[in-house]
Structure formats: C-alpha cells, structure tokens
Design a binder for this molecule. Structure first.
Ligand SMILES: Nc1nc2c(c(=O)[nH]1)N(C=O)[C@@H](CNc1ccc(C(=O)N[C@@H](CCC(=O)O)C(=O)O)cc1)CN2
Ligand SMILES: Nc1ncnc2c1ncn2[C@@H]1O[C@H](COP(=O)(O)OP(=O)(O)OP(=O)(O)O)[C@@H](O)[C@H]1O
Length: 198
C-alpha cells in the first residue's frame, strides 16, 4: 500500500470507530474534554477557533459556551467561497446567522465583517480523523486545514494548533505527507499530548 492508500484505509477505520461510539460515550467524552481543555488553556486568551461536531467528532458546544461566558471570542471554519478547499475563520456568537454547508455542517453565514485572520487567534481547536503522539494529523481527506494553514507554518505569531479527538482515533504512527501541518498538542478525554515536550 502506498501512503495515500494507507491514509485512506486508516481514515475509514477511524471514522467507523468514532461513529460507533454510543450517545453515552459521546456525552462522557465531551464532559471529559471540557475539563481537559479548561486545564490546558492559558489564563489570558482573546480568541479561539473551534468547530461544530460532525461525523462522530467530539462535541465542543460546552467549551464554546464557556468561552462566551469568559469573554473569549470564538470563530468557526467556513468553506472559502472563492479559493476552493481553503477555509475562512468567521466570528461566532450565540446570535450569528448560520448556513448549512455542502457537507451538512452548520457554519456562520458569509459576512465579510465577521472574517478573522488566522493570526488573530490564540488557539485553533481542530477536528481530526486520526492522530499520533508525534503530532501528525489525518483529516477528512479534503486538505482544507492543511491548505489554510500552509502560509502560517513559519510565522512566529501563528495560533497554537490543537487537535481534539476521541482516544480511539490514536494511531501508533501515521504515514505523513509533505504538506501535513503538525499539531502543537492533541487533547483527548484522557490525554494531553504535547509532542515538543515529550
Ligand atoms: N466539524 C468539522 N467541520 C469542518 C471540518 C471537519 O473536518 N469537521 N473540515 C475539515 O476539513 C472542513 C470541512 N471539510 C470536510 C471535508 C469532507 C467532509 C465529508 O464529509 N466528506 C464526505 C464526502 C462528501 C463529498 O465529497 O461530497 C466523506 O468523506 O464521506 C466533511 C467536511 C471545515 N469544517
Ligand atoms: N498545502 C497544500 N497545497 C496544495 N494541496 C494540498 C495542500 N495540503 C493538502 N493538499 C491536497 O489535499 C489533499 C488531501 O490532503 P490530506 O490527505 O492531507 O487531507 P487531510 O489530512 O484530510 O487534511 P485536512 O484535514 O487539512 O482537510 C491531497 O490530495 C493534497 O494534495
């Protein structure tokens, strides 16, 4: 199997594993992740990007509401309307008008004034399909995050990239591609992995 084939095969099995979690397991995972994320976040934060759960991903809605309560601004990814397979980050509040994208995921309706630059974020919480303890990330296969983040790789002021996952999404070692942007940390219900510290 070449790298692309083995990534596709891992993608299938991790997606099946997370979709097989029961409602109770998903709720327990969300509650545990909330606690892990609260401990992980530094005290002073201005803005974080998160995601709305899809396809069995961990649900971060409690984290989002907690950010709002603590005056931490939140953004969500929106499919770029012009630059295909790129994402925009849009400000997200309880009043934001939403739109369902072509993958069936709710996202803020496009509004130029709500666009926030990547370097306006302290942390980007990223969905993922698979991860390993070296910080490698396997996504849904569209290359959206990798394309969007490519220009920030050597920037000093880039946000911290934090993958959020169920424990069943951990691989021993993922086959990587040259364009993969590594994560600074991965948070699961039971672990906080910080590859550069390990
Ligand atoms: N919750 C969440 N939001 C996200 C992402 C994500 O992974 N999770 N994305 C991260 O990139 C972006 C959207 N990318 C996605 C890419 C593929 C599919 C997906 O379901 N693909 C189908 C094929 C659908 C088709 O081709 O029409 C599939 O693989 O079954 C979903 C989201 C932005 N928002
Ligand atoms: N920076 C980039 N520039 C151009 N093409 C890219 C870039 N990053 C990824 N791609 C393309 O996107 C496709 C999917 O990439 P990959 O398998 O890494 O997806 P992924 O892990 O699901 O990524 P993501 O979660 O970012 O959507 C590949 O065919 C790759 O050629």
């Amino acid at each position: 199997m070449n790298t692309t084939e083995s990534r596709n095969s891992l993608r299938r099995s991790f997606r099946n594993a997370r979709k097989a979690l029961t409602v109770q397991q998903q709720q327990d995972a969300s509650a545990a992740l909330f606690t892990q994320i609260e401990h992980f976040l530094p005290a002073s934060l201005n803005r974080v990007a998160l995601y709305l759960a899809n396809d069995g991903e961990p649900d971060l809605s409690t984290v989002i509401r907690s950010c709002w309560q603590h005056q931490i601004a939140t953004s969500l990814p929106v499919l770029h309307p012009v630059t295909k397979k790129h994402l925009l980050m849009l400000n997200y509040t309880a009043d934001t008008p939403m739109h369902i994208n072509r993958f069936g995921i709710a996202e803020p309706a496009l509004n130029c004034q709500a666009i926030r630059l990547l370097n306006q974020h302290d942390v980007l919480f990223m969905p993922l399909v698979g991860f390993d303890k070296q910080g490698n990330r396997l996504g849904m296969g569209g290359g959206f995050y990798d394309r969007t983040l490519a220009s920030t790789v050597n920037c000093e002021s880039r946000p911290r990239l934090v993958g959020v996952a169920h424990d069943c999404q951990q691989a021993e070692s993922l086959p990587i591609q040259p364009w993969d942007v590594p994560l600074d940390a991965i948070i699961t219900p039971t672990q906080v992995i910080q590859p550069s510290n390990s």
